[in-house]
Design a protein around this ligand. Structure first.
Ligand code: UD1
Length: 345
């Protein structure tokens, strides 16, 4: 299969590239080498197109002779401030739109779209009295007072966090999340109009070798690792009991290649998580232990765009595509600690 891999020079993209090539696919990478992520642009070489997916001519020529598109190119992370808003919409929504237009013209019918668990907003919550409920955005006055757990919106009682499923209500809480969901909607409309097939992979918290560090868009595992390397204690926000599903980037790569090789329904969303839940405090403690570094400090700080708990049920991906994650957190974090810094691309 001949695959166009957008964003193939990024953290996840490099692992997906390796996986697809190992499985015998021919891969063409289209990557803009954004200056906020990459130190410099390489010269184009066979199999690499240095260009922006938002450039319709570039996208069109990259799509020549392609069977399947894996669209990872995006501006990631929570964003620094509202000055990032238009860049998220441009990089993610417009980028996806231009690419989809190219797919329609080139009559390509298969797309794997990198979505994110952030499209759900908060994860699943159950109230003992009211059953499944959807807490609204977190209030500053609660967070300032150290009340981090969202209460039942109907009776104020404590909620039990659970595993979110793909048909849950989608409630993006920040610009990145809104742009990722917009991409899902655009891809759905493309699939309907062209009889195409799209798998939207909703990645949970991805970590592993080559993870970006020391950028505003670095994930928490990389931030903790950098602190330990400076001899400092990892700084855990809130009370450290917020829950996430950390998934090793190799397992993400096998999920992408499984989706690329299968013909989905018109639109199918898949959660991509390890299925094992950890608190951020646990992750900090595990890394500090493995590094033999200082004990993490829990600060009570918070980021307004953060959700409290978001953890997935990824059974659909296992059932439909036979995918299985292979890394547990301890093995995966040891792998992260062993890996060198990402080479400047
Ligand atoms: C992350 C990604 C997001 C991606 C999603 C799913 C980043 C910045 N965010 O979201 O792009 O779509 O996973 O793959 O990569 N925290 C600390 N200390 C810190 C920094 C963060 O305790 O120094 C806490 C945060 O408050 C949050 C948790 O760690 O509760 C996770 O934060 P982060 O790694 O930024 O990930 P998400 O926001 O979950």
């Amino acid at each position: 299969m001949r695959v166009l891999l957008t964003g193939g020079a990024g953290f996840i993209g490099r692992h997906v590239h390796t996986q697809l090539v190992a499985e015998g696919h021919e891969v063409v990478v289209l990557d803009s080498f954004r200056p906020d992520v990459h130190a410099h642009k390489p010269a184009p070489r066979p199999g690499l197109i240095v260009g922006d997916v938002r450039d319709a001519e570039v996208a069109q020529s990259a799509l020549h002779g392609i069977d399947t598109v894996v669209h990872l190119a995006a501006k990631v992370g929570l964003g620094v401030d509202l000055d990032d808003l238009d860049d998220y919409v441009s990089s993610n929504s417009l980028g996806t739109a231009v690419l989809l237009r190219g797919l329609a013209h080139a009559k390509i019918r298969r797309l794997v779209y990198a979505s994110s668990m952030v499209v759900y907003g908060e994860g699943r919550y159950d109230c003992d009295v009211h059953g499944q409920v959807a807490p609204g955005p977190r209030r500053t006055e609660d967070l300032d007072a150290g009340r981090f757990e969202p209460p039942c919106p109907r009776c104020g009682a404590q909620l039990r966090p659970g595993l979110v499923e793909e048909d849950a209500v989608l409630d993006p809480r920040n610009a990145y999340a809104a742009s990722k969901l917009n991409g899902e909607h655009l891809a759905t409309s493309w699939a309907r109009e062209t009889e195409g097939h799209v798998s939207a992979l909703r990645f949970h918290n991805v970590y592993g070798p080559g993870m970006p560090r020391n950028t505003p868009y670095a994930g928490v595992a990389a931030i903790f690792r950098s602190a330990l390397e400076r001899g400092e204690a990892p700084t855990v926000f809130e009370d450290g009991r917020q829950r996430r599903d950390f998934i090793h980037v190799h397992d993400i790569a096998t999920a992408v290649s499984a989706a690329a090789g299968a013909l989905s329904e018109r639109f199918t969303a898949y959660n991509v998580g390890s299925g094992t839940i950890h608190t951020i405090g646990d992750v900090a403690a595990e890394l500090a232990r493995a590094y033999n570094g200082p004990t993490p400090v829990t600060t009570g700080q918070y980021r307004l765009g953060d959700v409290r708990h978001i953890t997935a049920n990824s059974d659909r991906l296992r059932d439909h595509l036979g995918w299985k994650p292979t890394y547990d957190l301890a093995t995966g974090l040891a792998d992260l600690l062993r890996s060198p810094d990402p080479a400047p691309a």
